[in-house]
Design a protein around this ligand. Structure first.
Ligand SMILES: Cc1cc2nc3c(=O)[nH]c(=O)nc-3n(C[C@H](O)[C@H](O)[C@H](O)COP(=O)(O)OP(=O)(O)OC[C@H]3O[C@@H](n4cnc5c(N)ncnc54)[C@H](O)[C@@H]3O)c2cc1C
Length: 528
């Protein structure tokens, strides 16, 4: 899709006028690009860093209604999220899959179990599926053997869904590019262009890839600010007052051997009674999350604080006391920052997770919301500016967003599940990925469900600029393997260095930068 020379070709073509310019290549921007491209608009997405390098690769990876939001009375958000979950499950086989959840209930829990039962009934009604069930304590332990036995009364099992968030962004962008949309990573919007009336009419973009020094004025009928937690920075160019509160959420990653779970499990933190959860994902177990004010600069990657890791480890040890897990058992950690409207709530978790739309001097800002509801956010944004767009575009919310085949042919080296996994992640590119694979590259990378061939393909055709693009977002070895995947670096190098066209000096620089980044932002204490 984005092979060698692609970046230069795109830059050479940027100065033509665009109907829509989207700032930000997370899930919100990707969704807008997809929906605008579908109706034939000339749409350009500019991402300052790598696609999904913001919050959209750092979520809990759930495609969910959000039981928690139901409790906070955000019924509309829960309803929309449940409907979207069902649609994404239908459209994104191999990328979005069902996930069983356990909700254990312990002596003294507040609210009591029946309240959860009521909430789950409502949740199921919203989805038109009756899936939840109550189990006694013995059955709960059967479903989750490491679970704390002391005080366990029983609990519920229900279903939500999960995905690979960074791959979801890539997949949506890929679908949009297939329909004529243009997306460029490492292209930062440095300024907004304005008419003499003050209305925004374009952007000034700078190449951040390091491949060339270039900035360009680009004209657009409509400019949409989908820069997530950075949205206030972009709005700041219009002197618009800051409106957002940045909240950081962090996760710990354990190997499956350390924290072996077949289903997700959510329970109340023993100290502050906030819901926390552990979930199996891609062969590891994620544990999260925190919800704290992020006061550090957004110019560097967020990282988990010592207080957050202690908080999460306390909950792990409470729920799984027999596993005696400690800091040294944590394989990796990651943090993301969400934008919410700042209403000054003392408890950050009480700030609404609904998306926000603001129109200021023609600039449309869309932020907040959830990964799950990106399609709805895209529609809301495009409907807001529809009258200004050429050709009376009709944005049809009912049309499929991800185009996935209904069946797969058998493959001599891949079972059906492995094949679906690749189709889900690479969409229409999957057959080419298979053809590009060299001997032995369809085997799984040791300790991971990912295949070597994915690395070759991503390096060849997925716009990789730095090693962390490849190892943290295209194929997520940075989270899935110990030491950020550096244990596999020799074979990995043999595959990807020629594809990327890097000489040895560049390779050495990239490895050093990746090692430093991983240690600082994706590891805890000893591991760092
Ligand atoms: C800890 C945590 C867990 C979460 N878990 C879930 C979950 O399980 N399920 C769910 O549905 N939702 C979840 N969410 C919410 C979800 O992750 C976010 O709502 C979503 O990822 C936000 O996407 P976005 O595209 O708006 O922002 P981002 O993904 O942050 O994208 C914004 C992009 O804009 C770019 N940008 C910034 N400034 C510029 C500029 N000047 N020029 C060009 N580009 C720019 C940034 O580099 C960034 O890539 C979670 C959020 C957090 C924080």
């Amino acid at each position: 899709m984005w092979t060698l020379g692609w970046r230069d070709r795109v830059w050479a073509d940027l100065s033509r006028p665009w109907d829509v310019i989207v700032i930000g290549g997370g899930i919100t921007g990707a969704g807008i690009l997809r929906e605008a491209a579908r109706v034939g608009l000339r749409v350009l997405l500019l991402e300052a860093n790598d696609f999904a390098s913001g919050t959209s690769s750092r979520s809990s990876k759930l495609v969910h209604g959000g039981l928690r939001y139901l409790k906070q009375g955000e019924i509309k958000l829960t309803f929309e999220s449940v409907r979207e979950r069902e649609r994404l499950l239908r459209e994104g086989r191999g990328l979005i899959g069902q996930l069983g959840f356990l909700l254990p209930n312990f002596v003294g829990d507040s609210p009591p179990a029946w309240v959860f039962g009521l909430g789950l009934s409502f949740y199921d009604v919203l989805a038109w599926h009756w899936t939840h069930r109550h189990y006694d304590a013995l059955d709960m332990r059967d479903l989750c053997p490491p679970l704390r036995a002391e005080g366990l009364l029983g609990g519920y099992r229900y279903f939500d869904a999960q995905t690979d968030d960074a791959r979801l962004v890539l997949r949506v962008v890929r679908e949009a590019v297939g329909k004529g949309g243009v997306a460029l990573n490492y292209a930062r919007v440095e300024n907004l262009l304005r008419r003499s009336s003050g209305q925004v009419c374009g952007v000034v973009a700078r190449d951040m890839s390091g491949e060339a020094e270039r900035t360009l004025e680009i004209q657009g009928t409509v400019v949409i600010n989908a820069s997530g937690a950075w949205a206030d920075e972009v709005r700041g160019q219009l002197n618009a007052p800051r409106q957002l509160r940045q909240l950081r959420g962090s996760h710990l990653v354990f190997s499956h051997a350390q924290l072996p779970l077949r289903r997700a499990i959510s329970f109340l933190h023993p100290v502050d009674r906030r819901p926390v959860f552990a979930l199996p994902w891609e062969g590891v177990t994620l544990f999260g999350t925190t919800d704290v004010d992020h006061t550090a600069t957004l110019n560097t990657e967020p990282a988990i604080s010592g207080r957050e890791s202690d908080y999460l480890l306390d909950a792990v040890r409470y729920a799984f006391p027999g596993l005696t897990l400690a800091e040294a058992d944590v394989q990796a950690a990651f943090s993301g920052v969400r934008a919410v409207v700042n209403t000054g709530q003392a408890d950050p978790s009480k700030e609404s997770r609904e998306h926000i739309l603001w129109r200021e001097h023609g600039l449309l800002t869309v932020t907040g919301g959830k990964l799950t509801t990106f399609r709805r956010m895209a529609h809301a944004a495009l409907q807001t500016v529809r009258a200004e767009l050429p050709g009376d575009p009709q944005f049809d919310r009912k049309r499929r967003l991800l185009i996935t085949p209904t069946e797969v042919e058998t493959h001599p080296q891949l079972d059906a599940m492995a094949r679906w996994r690749l189709i889900g992640r690479y969409g229409a590119d999957e057959p080419e990925l298979l053809r590009a694979a060299q001997t032995g590259e369809l085997e799984a990378i040791e300790g991971s469900v990912a295949r070597w061939a994915e690395l070759r393909w991503a390096a060849r055709a997925e716009g990789v600029v730095h090693l962390d693009d490849l190892l943290l977002r295209r194929v997520r070895l940075g989270l899935l393997l110990p030491h950020g995947g550096l244990g596999q670096i020799d074979r990995l190098r043999a595959i990807v260095q020629p594809e990327l066209g890097w000489d040895d000096a560049r390779w050495a620089r990239e490895i050093a930068a990746y090692r430093a980044r991983w240690g600082k932002h994706y590891a805890l204490g000893e591991a760092a």
